[in-house]
Design a protein around this ligand. Structure first.
Ligand code: H79
Length: 463
């Protein structure tokens, strides 16, 4: 192909890709109140830029630290899994006193880890509210000796440090008597579901009014909120639950009014969804719609004092790059103790991830999926991209110190190692359909060496 023809076919494929991308992502949501419309793509800009966030699971379950009657493998589901009646579980609140909670330390830790947003549990399935709610006394201000609202302190600190505050809210609720047991989880242990205060007369409308009121509280009392992160609720929103789907839609309309820029995840039956939420798994390939993988650092979301099955920082960095190379975000969890401390082991891992990001963040933040733009001679095919740039992530240094890019039908400019502060150009042999990049004999980074490949940005040229 002549250069001109190649340019033309390249532009054409770019237009096609852009069309697919926009038709997948560009949904327009209407704020029912003022008639204004804000499209998902615009609202999501910060989210795509951010790439890495901190998930925090913190609730009464932290007090039990994963243990009940000699069994030690519980987490935030402990009330369900250990079958603890509501009356007994409520007692935990009377002793919940996280005096070591330090919003500044938590946010600083997230920031140093290179995380750009925090999603914290305002209420998990246990139903206990970690924020000051006027709609119940079962909250941290009214029911515990602590008597303060950690969400207030955290949102203020996030604002100070430039981190986006986001709230998790569980639809499922084992404490509220109007939450129907039929929407809880059915398992071998609980074939009919589980509730701390089972009520055969439960009226979902009453519960939904409560939920709507609480969502209003968390979205109107704490300043700007980046994401409202709903969690699953059994079959409450399946296609047969028409009334519930209508309720969810009206809630979504209200959210758009209360916080027009707040993103909504896809766990309100997918209604109002701005993005998808794979849990504990990374999609197999590049995705055409926005997503965020949430994952634990050990085996539990909530604090478990016996769980030492920590991921290594290398594993976390690998996952972060893998997810970014597929176009998604990584939401990584910590489970603070009842005293309000984030486990040392979690902090250590996050510090190491932050150190890698401080040198290599350019290959993550604000990137899009780079694959499968080129093929290359490595087992790992992680590529992130920005206009005119590919970032090749090398977790294994090639034994012959060479990488070869096939199908590189772009005008190559230069290649260098991201960790090389001088950006010294690497020796390259440019062939008709590919390039050979010669690497130094020893890697600069012990975890992941990023090779930056610069080429002519056709888009920029045609502007
Ligand atoms: O908050 C975290 C989980 O508690 C929550 N979502 C993440 C972000 C979640 N809700 N439902 N599920 C996850 C799926 C259900 C998992 C279960 Fe089990 C399997 C419930 C009972 C068996 C894992 C093992 C939890 C308890 C025992």
């Amino acid at each position: 192909m002549k250069t001109q023809e190649r340019l033309f076919s390249y532009c054409l494929s770019l237009i096609m890709i852009a069309t697919i991308f926009f038709s997948c992502n560009r949904t327009t949501v209407k704020s029912s109140g003022n008639g204004s419309s804000i499209d998902t793509l615009k609202k999501s800009e910060w989210f795509h830029e951010a790439k890495f966030g901190l998930f925090i699971h913190w609730g009464l379950y932290a007090s039990l630290a994963g243990e009940w009657n000699g069994k030690t493998d519980y987490g935030e589901w402990i009330q369900y899994s250990a079958n603890i009646p509501g009356i007994e579980y409520e007692k935990i609140a009377k002793k919940f006193n996280p005096v070591k909670f330090d919003a500044k330390a938590w946010v600083t830790m997230a920031k140093q880890a290179g995380m750009k947003y925090i999603v914290i549990t305002t209420k998990h399935h246990e139903g206990f509210c970690m924020f000051d709610s006027k709609l119940t006394n079962y909250d941290i201000v009214d029911a515990t000796p602590y008597g303060k609202d950690p969400m207030k302190a955290l949102s203020e600190e996030c604002k100070k440090q430039g981190i986006t505050m986001c709230f998790y809210y569980s639809v499922k609720d084992w404490h509220h008597p109007e939450y129907p047991v039929k929407y809880t989880y059915f398992s071998k242990e609980h074939p009919e579901g589980f509730h701390g205060f089972p009520n055969s007369e439960a009226d979902y409308q009453k519960y939904f009014t409560y939920l709507q009121g609480q969502v209003k509280e968390i979205l109107t009392n704490y300043g700007p909120v980046g994401i409202i992160w709903f969690d699953w609720s059994g079959s409450a929103f399946n296609k047969n639950e028409i009334m519930n789907r209508q309720r969810a839609q009206s809630l979504v309309d209200s959210i758009h009014k209360w916080q027009p820029l707040c993103l909504i995840n896809n766990r309100l039956g997918g209604i109002g969804a701005d993005y998808g939420t794979p849990e504990q798994e990374i999609p197999g390939g590049k995705q055409n719609t926005a997503f965020e993988v949430c994952m634990t650092l050990n085996n539990h979301w909530g604090y478990n004092k016996n769980d030492n099955n920590w991921k290594s920082s290398k594993e976390v960095i690998y996952n972060l790059c893998d997810i970014a190379s597929k176009g998604g975000n990584y939401l990584l969890n910590v489970g603070p103790t009842a005293e309000g401390l984030i486990p040392e082991a979690s902090q250590k891992i996050l510090k190491e991830v932050g150190a890698w990001l401080s040198l290599n963040g350019e290959a993550i933040y604000g990137t899009t999926s780079g694959g499968p733009s080129v093929r290359w001679n490595s087992d790992i095919k992680m590529i992130t991209a920005k206009p005119g740039t590919f970032y090749l992530h090398l977790f294994n240094w090639p034994t012959d110190n060479k990488i070869y890019l096939n199908d590189f039908e772009r005008k190559f400019e230069k290649a260098y190692l991201l960790a090389d502060l001088e950006k010294k150009s690497l020796k390259t042999d440019v062939h008709s359909h590919g390039i050979m990049i010669h690497l130094p004999e020893t890697p600069l980074d012990s975890i992941n060496n990023v090779v930056v490949v610069k080429f002519e940005d056709v888009n920029k040229e045609s502007k």
